[in-house]
Design a protein around this ligand. Structure first.
Ligand SMILES: Nc1ncnc2c1ncn2[C@@H]1O[C@H](COP(=O)(O)OP(=O)(O)OP(=O)(O)O)[C@@H](O)[C@H]1O
Length: 444
């Protein structure tokens, strides 16, 4: 059984460094005739303890970098707060913001493009010290030499240029620069993904050593789940601007609760050929962050989606078919019609979506479809064929929408260690995720 908790999950006594609450970052959407905003980060809350490494994972475009940048005040938050050692940095500006920036820095993915090739290594690392008018020129020089040594580069590199170095060495320079002002908190945005595997291991080990030496706190953004598993204390899984699950790394990898986390982890190849692992695939494509579902953001693709009460006894294959068909219709509704299409539609000569019949037949091939379901599907088919896929989408919504389409889930605490997950299925009134996924996998 799971308990619904407030957005911020409880953490243990250890000291919290960063507290993010109800954070949103939207792009665009201003003005009367503007397109809807891109909801890159859409209401996330979590904490990072001092000295902790939190891994942030999720598919491309889910909002990881935007969250990282907003947490460093490199982007203005649209809503919510980011308290750093108790200070809400979203309210800082001018001198106060500049002063705060010393505390938190970013290490970028691509060491090829993130360093200015016209500056020497010494100048690159010294630049933040110059910008903050840090102590004397001599002190700055000493500091740069210390930093070179901390990241494993010899003094003689001071006067060389970045293009004289390999990818791994350039990333060491980027890390030295990020450490110049003695920050407590680093956002590492894909710090090793542009590097060869052998170099990756060295940079990861350097990051671990530096964390120990300088008591650093990390937010590690990475798509490579094995890197995240190896280095993180806790992991947050993001999808379409929201955190779907967050908890201790080992526990989350071994026993994920959220259907999205389960599907993400099931894509990792099983190294032991004698073991069979369950592959959980998500249907369709992720919705655009400017057109996210009204209910749970995974609702259009969820492999454990709850059925509506009036169809609670539907066969699993049929339910899956209905959901797939709804996605086909949604895809049609996303297609912009040309002027010619509109004219043809007006004169009932529209034929661009006639293949919807075929899609229906394919989707329900070999599945027994009861009359009451078939009637609704056929009505939607007719609407799509007439060039009115949005009406068809609404019709199917009226008939088949469940709590997952209509309501955003709460955050539920799903383990004694404080892991939490964003899914209606953790509420007492619904069957939990695992038995549903097992049953649906068996029916495939
Ligand atoms: N400056 C911007 N203006 C408008 N939209 C943006 C901007 N920056 C990011 N986005 C959009 O916000 C969404 C999230 O992007 P973001 O780069 O944060 O995702 P990500 O998870 O870091 O992806 P990746 O792993 O590919 O870097 C995407 O739809 C992206 O197109």
């Amino acid at each position: 059984m799971s308990n619904a908790v407030e957005q911020s999950p409880p953490t243990e006594e250890s000291e919290v460094l960063v507290e993010v609450e109800g954070l949103k970052k939207y792009y665009g959407g201003d003005g009367m005739f503007a397109d809807p905003p891109v909801k890159a980060v859409d209401g996330v809350s979590f904490e990072i303890k001092r000295g902790e490494t939190v891994g942030l994972v999720g598919e491309s475009g889910c909002g990881k970098s935007t969250l990282g940048r907003t947490m460093l005040a490199l982007e203005n938050a649209t809503e919510g707060s980011i308290r750093y050692d108790g200070t809400d940095i979203t309210t800082l500006s001018g001198k106060d913001l500049k002063e705060w920036r010393k505390n938190a820095q970013m290490v970028f993915q691509d060491p090829e493009s993130s360093l200015n090739d016209r500056m020497t290594v010494g100048e690159i690392i010294r630049e933040p010290l110059d910008a903050h008018d840090w102590k004397t020129m001599n002190d700055r020089r000493e500091r740069v030499l210390d930093l070179l040594s901390a990241v494993g580069l010899p003094d003689k590199h001071y006067f060389r240029y970045p293009h004289q170095f390999s990818g791994g060495q350039r990333q060491r320079i980027g890390i030295a620069r990020a450490l110049a002002l003695e920050p407590d908190f680093l956002v590492l945005d894909e710090p090793v993904s542009a590097l060869d595997v052998s170099v990756q291991a060295k940079i990861i080990s350097l990051l671990e050593d530096l964390q120990e030496e300088f008591n650093l706190t990390y937010l590690l953004i990475a798509h490579d789940l094995s890197v995240v598993r190896y280095i993180s204390d806790r992991v947050a899984v993001m999808y379409l601007g929201k955190i779907m699950e967050m908890g201790e790394a080992e526990e989350l990898f071994a026993d994920a609760s959220n259907p999205y986390t389960q599907s993400l982890l099931s894509a990792i190849p099983e190294p032991d050929p004698t073991k069979t692992s369950r592959r959980i695939t998500l249907s369709g494509t992720p919705p655009s962050p400017s057109d996210a579902p009204a209910g749970c953001n995974l609702s259009t693709r969820c492999p454990a989606k709850i059925k509506p009460e009036s169809y609670a006894d539907l066969d699993e294959d049929l339910w899956e078919g209905i959901e797939q068909f709804r996605e086909v219709v949604r895809e049609r509704a996303r297609i912009a019609l040309s002027t010619g299409d509109r004219v043809r539609r007006r004169f009932d000569r529209f034929d661009r979506f006639d293949d919807i019949e075929e899609s229906r037949a394919d989707t329900f091939d070999g599945i027994e479809v009861p009359e009451r379901v078939d009637e609704e599907i056929q009505t939607a088919v007719k609407m799509v064929k007439r060039g009115r896929p949005t009406e068809a989408q609404e019709h199917l919504y009226e008939e088949f929408a469940s709590v997952c389409d209509d309501e955003q889930p709460e955050m539920y605490e799903v383990s004694a260690s404080g892991r939490y997950s964003y899914c209606h299925r953790h509420a007492d009134e619904y069957e939990d995720v695992d038995p549903v996924l097992t049953r649906r996998a068996d029916s495939d």
